[in-house]
Design a binder for this molecule. Sequence first.
Ligand code: SAM
Length: 278
Amino acid sequence: MNHRYKQNQNKPLITNSFIAKKRLGQNFLIDTEIQNRIVSSCDLHENDIVLEIGPGQGALTEKIARQVKSVIAVEKDRTLAKELQEKYHGSNIKVLCADFLKYSFDELEGDIKVIGNLPYNVATPIIERLLENRSLFTFVYITVQLEHAQRMVAKPASKSYGSLSCFVQFYSNTNILFKIGSQAFWPVPKVQSCFMKLEILKDARYRVENEALLFSIIKNAFSQRRKTIVNSLAGLVGKINIIDLLEKLNISPKLRAENITLKEYVAITNKLAQERVN
Ligand code: SAM
């Protein structure tokens, strides 16, 4: 369902008759206190270049731009992008009308801070894309669904721990900075939100022989959460004696996916890569 916006006391709208598009995850942040709290949590400096994902009606854009050298804001909605382009013409804010999932990073050079109140329906592919291009980014500050953030920061033996936790924590230090109630947005979303920080690691957390193998082992293990690690690995590695391999690493073959640390997944991957070569 789309929502027609009413003029709001908190924030004058750039287009009074604008209709929010659910398919673009348009829940605009209308609470000015939260807007300010987000911007002041981003540790911005005058020489920073910020890439903003989904500026929407510019709730954060101008506040960010006041504190940094320049902002590149990527907005998929043509109407909103056009409004912002006109509004910010000649300023240090460059608004591009593009799908962030297809936007080429060619014009960017390293040490960029990313800020975004993400469209929740594509938050995971956006985060994956950022981490795949991590050499360009230092910090990623995002508003996401609380449950999604809890999966990113989760530690082993918790309900939320899964392949997303391993992937994100392999490349970054993750922190939930604060929760945001649903009333801070319009239209009001059905879910709780939070603001979180990913500090991108210059080198991945652990040295691994074969990253693709690491993530296929992890995905495979979590897609069959009830199976023991020995059974979930069996389908992947052919003739190698897995019990023997796990025992050499001091990992019990009876453990399930959620009880294995990222460091242990890395050790399994490196041992497997070694055994395949020998
Ligand atoms: N930053 C604004 C705010 O805080 O009020 C808007 C946030 S709203 C949750 C998400 C924004 O992302 C919307 O403006 C939406 O049009 C835009 N968007 C959705 N999908 C996108 C995509 N694939 N690429 C770029 N922008 C997208």
